[in-house]
Design a binder for this molecule. Sequence first.
Ligand code: FE2
Length: 368
Amino acid sequence: MSIKSVEILDEGLNVFWSNNSLTCYPWFWLKDHSENKNDLHPDTKQRQIDSFTKTLEYNVFKVWLDEDSKNVFIEWNDKTQSYLSFDLLETMAKPRLPQSNSIDSSNCWNTPSEIKDFPEMTYQEVMSESGLKKWLMNIKRVGFVLVTGAPATPEATKELMERMAYIRSSIFGGFSVWDNKLDSPDDTAFTSLAIEPHTDGTYVHDAPGLQTLHCIKRDSIGGENQLVDGLAIAEKMRHEFSDAFEILCNVNIPGRYIKPDTYLEARRPLFRINNKSEVIQVSFNNHDRAPFRLENDQMNKFYDAYKIFHNLANDSSRQFEFMLDPGKVLTFDNWRLLHARSSLSGYRQLCGGYHNHEDFESRLRILQ
Ligand SMILES: [Fe+2]
């Protein structure tokens, strides 16, 4: 939007926009947000201006618009200059706090049949120039993506993952290769046992954002994977079980991971929401839930609410079930989808790892 004119007031600068709206920006804010290279480093975009240890002189001498550079220039009485771009002023035209990212619920799915445009693409496509954006958009839209035709090797899987961002390290290492025949497995994931729908990392403060799995060798029966849209359950509970939804937004549920040399524990509500009540993250792992106790009436209400979520997540009609085969790489949003696995017999070898959620968000911002 362009600026028609500006007006100097005692309390700040009035900006008259081309759509006939008006914004008044306080002088101190304008100086603090100056994009002059001495105030904001042009390369790092980090603030250089010292707004607080010395008294800022913000008696204004003159203000002018530069239509070529699309900046508003301010000259202060001490002869220093600030400037702010029309874009920044427009973005900040309404008072706003940075919003915590919420998950877009417009494509949440209650059953696999509700998944529009099944998120499947070939390895060749995802490794192409424009493929990464589509891969990311699929995850953003429905919470997961399946890549077919991948070479069934750890190297190719790692290369695919690193196309997005560096791989996150965790208690299980970084990029890993494992099978279901370990002598002393660290987690049920590394066995042949069935695992109920869950999200990973309820025992760490910052749960893994994306998880990638590739079964590179399979000589087994069973072991089907299931995915459930936790966001769809959240929205269903918000509308149909509002008291239970409220409880699951407020009770900090502890998760834990205990090994001889490790004792991880973290807590957060099953539904983490922002100040507009939009869901930012779903966290649920009944296997890893640590002991806690509320007042008896609150505890009973919590169990009732948790049971509703548990039973919806375990309702097979809500689950997308498939077999991870060599060549098929699954990546899903661990802050949104729950994953599960049926028990299996025989041998299989998998590889994969995690990405941080902020790196997924960063890549999307850059590519969009
Ligand atoms: Fe898991």
